[in-house]
Structures are given as C-alpha cells and as structure tokens.
Design a protein around this ligand. Sequence first.
Ligand code: ZN
Length: 121
Amino acid sequence: MSPATTPTRLDLKKDEKLEITWQDGHHCVYTLTLLRSMCPCAHCRTIRQDEQPKKKPLLTILPGDYSAPITVLNANLVGNYALKIEWSDHHDSGIYSFEYLRSICPEEARGEPRGYRGSDK
Ligand SMILES: [Zn+2]
C-alpha cells in the first residue's frame, strides 16, 4: 500500500462528515452528501453514468434519497483496504476502498497537481 492510500487517522462523524489523514500527510474532509453521491457500488455507478448529460452539467443528478439529511448508520472497515458504509436511506452496498476515497478527495480535486512549480509566463 502506498502512503497516499494509507489512512493514519480516520474520523467519521455519522451525521456530518468523514475526515481522513493519509500517511503522506494529506488531509481530506468528505461531506456525507459527497460520499453518498459517489457511492462506488455497481447500482450507483450506473445511475451516475445514465444521468450524465451530453453538455456541461449544470446540475448533477445524484443517486440516493435526499429528502432527509443523509447520515451514516454504520461503518465498518473491510479488511485493511476499504470502508463499508451503511446509509440512512438503507443503502449499504458501497465499499469505499481507500484508493477510491483518495481519488475523490475534494481537496485533491481542486488543488494543484503535486509538484507543480508554475511557469515563467
Ligand atoms: Zn450505491
């Protein structure tokens, strides 16, 4: 396992957010809504793909029931590589591997690429 996908600290607030500190020092905060909408199970993947608009999306249609605030009922580690989350909408087939979690880290997404040095422009 690489340091980038090895959590040293995992802190789940079941009605708020998930925080992960990785071995390489990176810190990620995931809102539960983000995690639920990015559920990696086959069913939710299909929904996300089907709803993908042809043009630039103005509104992302998300899998799951958002009529009530989404919370976590249960979360368990799967082996040493993933987190299985049971949601308040009773969806529990999503297994979030650490690699996947790292790849959807909100900080990572909007940050600059690692090692970016800028240019002389
Ligand atoms: Zn799912």
